[in-house]
Structure formats: C-alpha cells, structure tokens
Design a protein around this ligand. Structure first.
Ligand code: IPM
Ligand code: MN
Length: 347
C-alpha cells in the first residue's frame, strides 16, 4: 500500500489548532478505509519569517513538489508581519507556482446550522480563478510619498486562464445540477469582462446540457442573499470569487464552515487544501476555533487523492456532529469537543 504523502503547513494562529484537529480525523478515516497518510510537517509561518527573514525556505516550492497534496491551516500574524509580506511569501506563491488555478469553495448549510438567511435549501459550488485576473500582481507605484503619487494594479485575463477555469466550472456543473452562473461586470469593464463573457459563450457551446446565466458581480451579491437556492455552480474571477466566497461563508453560517481546495486539475503539481477562515490571532490556541471548515477541507483532499469513500465518511461524520447540535453556533463548543464529536461519528 503506497501512502499518500501530505505536506502539512499549519502556519499561523488558529491554523495550527484546526490543522491538528483535521489531521486527527483524516488519520482515523485512513485507518478505517485501509490507506495511509504520511504527513510531513513544515513550520513555515510568520514566526519562521521573524527568525529567518523568509516565510518558507528558498527551496520551499521544490520541497513541496514531491508531495501528493498540501494541507495548509492559515497564514498571517499582522501584529508582527504585514499580511502583504506573509501571504506573498507563502500562500500565494504556492497557488501560483503549482498552477492551482481552480479554487473550489462549497457553500451549503450543514445539518443543524441556521445561517442568517430565511433560505435554507441552497447548495452552491463557487469556482474561483486562482492564478491571474485582478490578483496577478502586475503593477507598480511612482512618485511615492509625493502629491503626484500613482499606483497601478493591472488585472490580467488570458485566453488560456479564462477558458480553463470556465471549462473546469462546466465540468463541475455537468456532474451536479447542470446550471452555471458566470460572474461578470461587462457593463462597466469593457475589455476584460466583455472578453470573459465571450469565452463563457464559446465554452458553453461545448456543454449544451448545462444551462448558463451571466450575472454582474453586484447583482450576484444580491442573488446570493435573496435567492441562493437558484444557484448551482458559480464561476468567478479571482477578486470577484474572493468576495463572493466570504459572502458564501456568511450565508452558510460563518467562516468556521467554509472549506476550500486549490486544485491543479491536470495533476502535474500537488493541490492544496485549506479552510477559508484565516489565522484569527485573537482566538489562537484557546480551544475556540471551529475545526469544521478545516476537516471539510481535509475531506476534499481525500476525495482528490482518490479516497472517495473516506471523504464521504468524513463528511457524514461532520454532518453527524452538527446534526446533534455540536459546533453549530460560535462559542457553543470548543475545538476539542467538536473534533471529538466528529471522531465519534466517524468511528
Ligand atoms: C482567501 C484569502 C486570500 C485570498 C488572501 C489572504 C490573500 O482572502 O483565500 O480568500 O484573497 O486569496
Ligand atoms: Mn478571501
């Protein structure tokens, strides 16, 4: 039996708390379903940055290349390291170097969880472009510190990048309820988003079984609040998807339930799995963080590794715990109690 080699990067803050919880659950799932997860832990974090001047070693990407998947807790400790340094030193280079262009974020209510909306029958899969667009990093500043200062941040949309994320979205829609909403803003952004719409129509022609809507980002935020049950798969650019997935987290009951996968679909590089919530320094190490988003992200990792049955069992265990009222409201249960309830449901 060849073990799955997993690089663990707990990172900062509650990233450490929830990674420990997720790994415990995943290891139990592995032994129950007869496979092995061989984990290697890397202490890359803001603490590492303060000690060494780098978030990860110079050969960090090369080191990660040898793994089947990467599991990441959270990155950021803004009191000592600016987020613009820590994120660009660890999380973002991994997404880009490994061409993890599809950021997948599921938004639905777990049993027992009441979100802020009256609607409860929604099941949305947000596919966020993860390597280019508004977060390409192209730009610069001139005349810094003067009254003539200029900052430019150029969004880059390539045919290759736009086409592949839409194609990925259509594949997901085909495997689900066969509806795709392409998030645009072509009424105002007449170059990039008009192009995005054109590519949407072109790719849609290859998927006649999938119905397509195009919706402007502003209307989309209203839709997600007023009628989320009408949505199935959403495909959005990097910035739009970033914003919509925090909204998605909110309607599913909060960031403690928001899981994500950064996928390199051709599997030429390892993919990375991480909860959406971030490092939450104020509650770090206090047995407060909800590990459900982290465990759910772990289930997505198992699925990606071909362990579909184990992934399904972990999801069922999460649902078993929340169905009994465990972890469904902030403060109702600690990290340890929620993890124990998931483990019990898995046993
Ligand atoms: C997320 C986060 C990151 C992003 C930040 C921390 C750079 O907000 O994963 O959604 O924008 O991608
Ligand atoms: Mn975000």
């Amino acid at each position: 039996m060849t073990p799955h080699k997993i690089a663990l990067i707990p990172g900062d803050g509650i990233g450490v708390d929830v990674t420990d919880a997720a790994v415990r659950v995943l290891q139990v799932a592995a032994s129950r379903f007869g496979f092995a997860l061989q984990t290697t832990r890397f202490d890359w974090s803001c603490e590492t940055y303060l000690a060494t001047g780098r978030m990860m070693p110079e050969d960090g990407i090369e080191t990660l290349r040898g793994f089947d998947a990467i599991y990441l807790g959270a990155v950021g400790w803004p009191a000592t390291v600016p987020d613009s340094v820590s994120l660009h030193g660890l999380l973002l280079p991994i997404r880009k170097a490994f061409d993890q262009y599809a950021n997948i974020r599921p938004h639905r209510l777990l049993p027992g969880v009441t979100g802020p909306l009256r609607a409860d029958g929604f099941d949305i899969l947000c596919i966020r472009e993860n390597t280019e667009g508004e977060y390409s990093g192209a730009g610069g500043r001139v005349h810094q510190g003067t009254g003539n200062e200029v900052a430019v941040e150029t969004a880059i949309f390539t045919r290759k990048g736009v086409e592949r994320i839409l194609r990925f979205g259509f594949e997901q829609a085909r495997a689900r309820r066969k509806h795709l909403t392409s998030v645009t803003k072509s009424n105002a952004q007449r170059h990039s988003m008009v192009f995005w719409d054109e590519v949407t129509r072109e790719v849609a022609a290859d998927y006649p079984d999938v119905t397509v809507s195009m919706m402007h980002i502003d209307a989309m935020t209203a839709k997600m609040v007023m009628a989320p049950q009408d949505l199935d798969v959403i495909v959005a650019s990097n910035l739009f998807g970033d914003i919509l997935t925090d909204l998605g987290a909110a309607i599913q009951g909060g960031l403690g339930f928001a899981a994500s996968a950064n996928i390199c679909p051709d599997r030429g590089n390892p993919s990375m799995f991480e909860p959406v919530h971030g490092s939450a320094p104020d509650i770090a190490g206090k047995n407060i963080a909800n590990p459900i988003a982290a465990i759910w992200s772990g289930a997505m990792m198992l699925d990606h590794l071909g362990e579909a049955q184990a992934a399904t069992a972990v999801m069922a265990a999460i649902e078993g715990a929340t169905g009994k009222g465990v972890g469904i409201r902030p403060g109702s249960h600690g990290t340890a109690a929620i993890t124990a309830a998931v483990l019990e449901a898995l046993a």
